[in-house]
Ligand binder design. Structure first.
Ligand code: PMP
Length: 390
């Protein structure tokens, strides 16, 4: 234990120690944290549905009908009609033949990568892909080739240089979780077709947020599902519940149902979670106005920060990172933000590369215009106090 304590001490010294914060209210534009009311700017509750009464009611109805726990894995006793309805609704959203629900988005990525490719195959993975993709690559036993972030020339060169045997799979976040930029999916799909590779996109942050139908990056770029073979998503962000999913062809989903260990060997998600997700999908179908509002607010915040002199990663997502570099300074900045009434977390290595610690601001469609002005004022005040901006 002394050895572990020493490592924890090292983390603290490097500004990389992590502690839990306790939320004392639902995820909403205003939250109670440690006795203070703050403007929430750190949740992935993009459409504000985690605090929606229609979804609460649906979750309660599912508990009343099916109970609190699924009591078994999906292939034993854990599949209710709700699970099947949810999978049908997800397939419809993604315009795919079928979909399969997993217990988390993390497990969906592990499931896809560990069961669809293996020894003799090659995965091409963007250097800024989410940790669950990295872990899935490690589990797969395939060769892993990491290409420079969103760099299509580098990806093309690496595809050219790879052996012409085994299955190739290109995997990318749709919206990069810590940067908020979008993958160049049209170019990835073209390269995949030229080099006979599968395309897997993790739309954890794009589902419900991007595209004409809120279906994610393929929808946003007008790419048909036949060109994006494996579409991963989570139910835990815009969908305001918990769980993950994979949408694709019927054969893909049938294979995963039979061979993906994270699907087979874990108890199914509980009925209230599934009931909540189903209700959220219904709302998202009609959610054009909320998506438009979310993008308008994101644009306002991003341009306000740029005008104030901050270094902000270019992008369109409701994820707006202010890069500060040093972890300790980033922590200090988040404390100052809290003192000015805004809750935004410091994101540090290993979540982001060393030297790129940042404050990750995230928005919800339910933030008011005044909330955005409040966030801008708080960021500017904290920025001046710490000499981040002049
Ligand atoms: N992929 C990405 C890009 C994510 O940001 C996350 C969550 N942070 C996940 C997958 C994992 O999803 P979940 O939280 O549902 O496990």
């Amino acid at each position: 234990m002394e050895r572990l304590q020493n490592r924890l001490n090292d983390l603290t010294e490097a500004g990389l120690y992590r502690r839990l914060r306790t939320m004392e209210s639902a995820s909403a534009p205003r939250v109670q944290v440690d006795g203070r009311t703050l403007v929430m700017c750190a949740a992935n509750n993009y459409l504000g549905l985690a605090d929606d009464d229609r979804i609460r009611t649906a979750a309660i109805a599912a508990v009343v009908r099916y109970g609190t726990g699924a009591s078994g894995s999906r292939l034993i006793t854990g599949t209710t009609e709700l699970h099947l309805h949810l999978e049908a609704a997800l397939a419809t959203l993604k315009q795919a033949e079928a979909a399969l629900v997993f217990n988390t988005g993390y497990m969906a990525n592990l499931a896809a990568l560990s069961s669809l490719v293996g020894a003799g195959d090659t995965i091409f993975s963007d250097e800024l892909n989410h940790a669950s993709i990295i872990d899935g690559c490690r589990q797969s036993k395939a060769a892993v080739v990491v290409y420079r972030h969103n760099d299509m020339d580098d990806l093309c060169q690496k595809l050219k240089d790879s052996p012409n045997s085994g299955q190739r799979l290109i995997v990318t976040d749709g919206v990069f979780s810590m940067d908020g930029d979008l993958a160049n999916l049209p170019a990835i799909v073209d390269l995949a077709e030229a080099y006979d590779a599968w395309v897997m996109v993790d739309d954890a942050h794009a589902t419900g947020v991007f595209g004409e139908h809120g279906a994610g990056t393929a929808d946003y770029f007008g790419l048909p599902p036949s060109r994006v073979h494996i579409q991963v998503g989570t139910l835990s962000k815009a969908i305001a519940a918990e769980g993950g999913f994979i949408a694709g062809s019927s054969v893909l989903v049938d294979y995963l149902r039979n061979c993906a260990r994270p699907f087979i060997f874990s108890t199914a998600l509980s009925p209230p979670v599934i009931g909540a997700a189903l209700c959220a999908l219904d709302i998202i179908k009609e959610g054009r106005a909320e998506r438009d509002r979310l993008h308008k607010l994101s644009h306002r915040l991003r341009s306000g920060l740029l005008d104030a002199g901050f270094v902000v990663v270019a992008g369109e997502a409701p994820i707006i990172p202010i890069i500060l570099g040093d972890p300790e300074r980033t922590l200090q900045y988040s404390r100052h933000l809290e003192d000015h009434g805004v809750f935004a977390t410091a994101i540090r290595p290993p979540t982001v590369p060393p030297g790129t610690s940042r404050i990750r601001l995230t928005l919800m469609a339910t933030h008011s215009d005044e909330d955005i002005e409040h966030i801008l004022t708080a960021c500017t005040k904290a920025g001046r106090e710490l000499g981040v901006i002049s």
